[in-house]
Write a protein that binds this ligand. Structure first.
Ligand code: CA
Length: 227
């Protein structure tokens, strides 16, 4: 088995879904490890250091939400792609708030899965760029760290990318669709509420130092001076 693109951990209790996921990811050159319950999955995440985790929400042992919380609580920011069933919207939003990077709703095509895993990894790698100091924030795209008044702020890969993108374009107003295309890499993607979820997470973490301004009826922009 080639592992040239790194190991992806799949945590999925429906065998036939896990088999298809494994097949398509392996075909793209990922190493794949499958666990079918949440507790074994979390142990595998800690033991194997995967480059990304494809995480079902409804799992025996430990559900995807508790899994995500347990991972982030110990400062593990491995990109997580949450897999949700229809009707699990509240869980999906909670999962994003707990630090999942993206989600897929069942049923999805295997190609969609592969594309999303690649996107999550690309985002985690992030765009190269200059250190930006804006207001009380210092953003270093090389080490992917954010400091507020000199203190480090823990952000997920996606939170970091959204903040960095807005700060690279201070004063420019973006629609949610534009941010989905440029930060998430989903041109034409319709579920723009994801942008709102991530903006509110950033605001919660940055408090009054948050530079993100809501432009009513349009979208978001970053200001140089904070709100
Ligand atoms: Ca399930």
């Amino acid at each position: 088995m080639t592992e040239s693109r790194g190991l992806v951990l799949i945590v999925e209790d429906e065998r036939h879904i896990a088999d298809v996921q494994r097949l398509y990811l392996a075909r793209e050159g990922f190493g794949v490890h499958v666990e079918t319950d949440g507790i074994a999955g979390l142990a595998a995440a800690r033991r194997m250091h995967p480059v990304a985790i494809v995480l079902d929400i409804g799992l025996p042992g430990l559900d995807g939400i508790a899994f995500c919380r347990a991972l982030r609580d110990v400062g593990d920011w491995t990109p997580v792609l949450l897999v949700t069933a229809r009707g699990e919207e509240a869980d999906r939003i909670l999962g994003l708030e707990l630090g999942a990077d993206d989600y897929l709703t069942k049923p999805f095509s295997p190609r969609e899965l592969v594309a999303r895993v690649k996107t999550v990894l690309r985002r985690a790698a992030g765009p190269p760029g200059q250190t930006e100091s804006v207001g009380r924030l210092n953003v270093d795209p090389i080490s992917r760290t954010v400091r507020c008044d000199g203190e480090p702020v823990e952000l997920t890969a996606t939170e970091f990318n959204l903040l960095a993108y807005l700060l690279q374009h201070v004063g420019q107003v973006f629609t949610r669709e534009q941010l989905l295309a440029r930060v998430w890499g989903y041109p034409g993607y319709r579920d723009t509420r994801m942008v709102d979820v991530f903006v509110s997470q950033l605001r919660a973490k940055l408090g009054e130092a948050s530079p993100i301004r809501t432009v009513r009826g349009v979208g978001y922009s970053a200001t140089a001076s904070g709100r």
